[in-house]
Ligand binder design. Structure first.
Ligand code: ASP
Length: 312
């Protein structure tokens, strides 16, 4: 029987923001996350599948230049956009992922196409772009992505000879960057789970560098038997801890709920690699949880169909 009480969570990146930046951007981020949650609610209420809803939510976030994904993607060391995205359906563990793609307004839509095609789970670089062309997916010119703020941010990272995540202003000495990846997890009224994550990666990242976001089990995971997870933060830390699957394993093997499993996952991330970032998690009962080791994470949720909550 359908449990009409759906749940939905979205994030717009974890990181460290100083108070001035938080004040300046807070309303815009709050409004953007609120809009995406409201859209997701409409889809879930009318009975859409979780996998369709997370794709739709991530596409909205990719279209918004406030976030480091799609249009607002940060630039790599060559001053170019290289995006990664993945999506997973908890019903049958179907998944699709793309890495190192460019000229696509919505990388998650290409990942979703792979998920539906039931062939390779992941395509990278030119192979992914060729697949996009074969699918007739619209491509856009560089002007769509090369936003003034991103160019300035790249100069800042180059001057400091560092890579940066997307939201760090006055970062503590051990936090060197800003995080702005986007993601969504959902449980639909039929009880199914799904997750999607999309990113431009790190500012000034090495050409060809791929983070955790498109890696199943690291930056994204969904299984109806356990939970759905989307991560944001320093990708190398999440990859080494296989964080999304680690959280799912805590639900599976120890019977933990979303909150307990998230806490266990974040403890592991900190203990083993001093990992920086966060996750959003919905377990198979629809319980929502978030955890982050940075000072902030832009995120929001609707738990069991209740009022939307947004946190920065
Ligand atoms: N996880 C992403 C990466 O490492 C970055 C982010 O979350 O902002 O590519």
């Amino acid at each position: 029987m359908d449990d009409r009480r759906f749940s939905l969570m979205v994030h717009g990146g974890a990181g460290t923001l100083d108070d001035a930046r938080q004040r300046a951007m807070g309303d815009a981020w709050r409004a953007a996350i609120g809009t995406v949650l409201a859209h997701g609610r409409r889809l879930l209420e009318r009975g859409d599948c979780a996998v369709e809803v997370v794709e739709a939510c991530v596409m909205l976030l990719e279209d918004d230049p406030l976030f480091n994904a799609g249009r607002g993607s940060v630039l790599n060391e060559a001053g170019a956009v290289e995006m990664d995205a993945a999506i997973m359906d908890g019903r049958d563990l179907a998944a699709g992922a793309v890495a190192g793609v460019h000229h696509l307004p919505n990388p998650v839509a290409l990942a979703s196409r792979l998920l539906r095609d039931n062939g390779p789970v992941m395509l990278v670089g030119e192979g992914a772009m060729r697949f996009a062309a074969q699918c007739g997916i619209t491509q856009v010119s560089d002007d769509y992505f090369l936003l003034a703020e991103r160019l300035a941010q790249l100069e800042q990272a180059r001057a400091g000879q560092t890579t940066m995540l997307d939201h760090v202003e006055a970062a503590p000495a051990d936090e060197t960057g800003k995080y702005g990846t986007v993601g969504a997890v959902a449980r639909d009224i039929h009880g199914h789970l799904a997750a999607a994550t999309s990113t431009g990666g790190l500012v000034n990242k090495r050409l060809g560098r791929v983070g955790d976001s498109p890696l199943i089990g690291a930056g994204v995971y969904a299984d109806d038997e356990t939970c759905a997870v989307s991560a944001t933060g320093h990708g190398e830390d999440f990859m080494r801890c296989v964080i999304a699957k680690t959280i799912a394993d805590h639900v599976d093997m120890q019977g933990l709920d979303a909150r307990q499993a998230t806490r266990a996952g974040m403890d592991y991330l900190l203990r083993r690699v001093r990992g920086r970032g966060g996750v959003i998690v919905i377990d198979h009962h629809g319980n929502c949880a978030s955890g982050f080791t940075t000072r902030n994470m832009i995120h929001g949720w609707i738990e069991h169909g209740a009022e939307a909550v947004v946190r920065l």
